[in-house]
Design a binder for this molecule. Structure first.
Ligand SMILES: [Zn+2]
Length: 209
């Protein structure tokens, strides 16, 4: 029994050396998964996909391991252009609201083709949905959901003018699986259906070209 346990342990250790390039040890990864405050003075972890760094104790969603970088202190994480998490405040200061909203905006711009909800966005951007909704609206004048819709409609306009893709395909390309909902949203935002918008811009092109 002890023999086989030993063997198992050794194998996972070797695996780690080969694949994780000593960037993140099992001990550190366990500290992150368990939100262990005992490690708060030992290291900080940054998440490449969000640009945010945290204390090990942060209660934010556990990131994908391959996106995590480890820093011995907050200064180095800042130097590497990561921004402090709003929730665990690794520099013991608040991230200014404008910077936080900028971060959320960037995330939406890059990921609007994926399924995005206020909850998932808040989770990824380290805040509560309610607080994010309010702060975003205060800074940008529209809610995060309205911003997502705006980005999607703008992207759809490009597809309508520059491609011959079917309306349903365009809906899917901009992150809206439900085509009738896409048409309703597009009309609400632009005053035209996607088909009307496409037709009108083709006409304009004809006259102007
Ligand atoms: Zn955090």
């Amino acid at each position: 029994m002890p023999d086989s346990m030993d063997k198992g342990h050794k194998e996972s250790h070797d695996y780690r050396i080969l694949n994780d390039a000593e960037l993140i040890t099992d001990i550190k990864w366990q500290a992150i998964i368990n939100n262990d405050p005992a490690y708060n003075n030992e290291f900080f972890y940054a998440v490449k996909s969000t640009g945010i760094f945290c204390k090990p104790s942060c209660k934010s969603r556990v990131p994908k391991k391959e996106n995590v970088c480890i820093f011995p202190n907050a200064e180095q994480a800042l130097l590497a252009n990561f921004r402090p998490c709003k929730r665990c405040k690794p520099t013991n200061e608040y991230l200014p609201d404008t910077e936080w909203v900028e971060l959320i905006t960037e995330y939406i711009d890059k990921n609007f083709t994926e399924k995005l909800t206020l909850e998932s966005l808040a989770n990824i951007c380290h805040g509560s949905p309610y607080h994010m909704h309010r702060t975003f609206k205060k800074i940008k004048g529209i809610t995060p959901v309205e911003y997502i819709q705006q980005v999607r409609v703008n992207a759809a306009k490009k597809y309508l003018v520059q491609t011959n893709k079917a309306i349903g395909d365009i809906a899917a390309c901009v992150g809206i699986a439900n085509a009738p909902y896409f048409i309703t949203l597009f009309k609400k935002k632009t005053g035209q259906t996607p088909a009307q918008f496409r037709q009108r811009s083709k006409m304009e092109e004809k006259y102007n070209g």
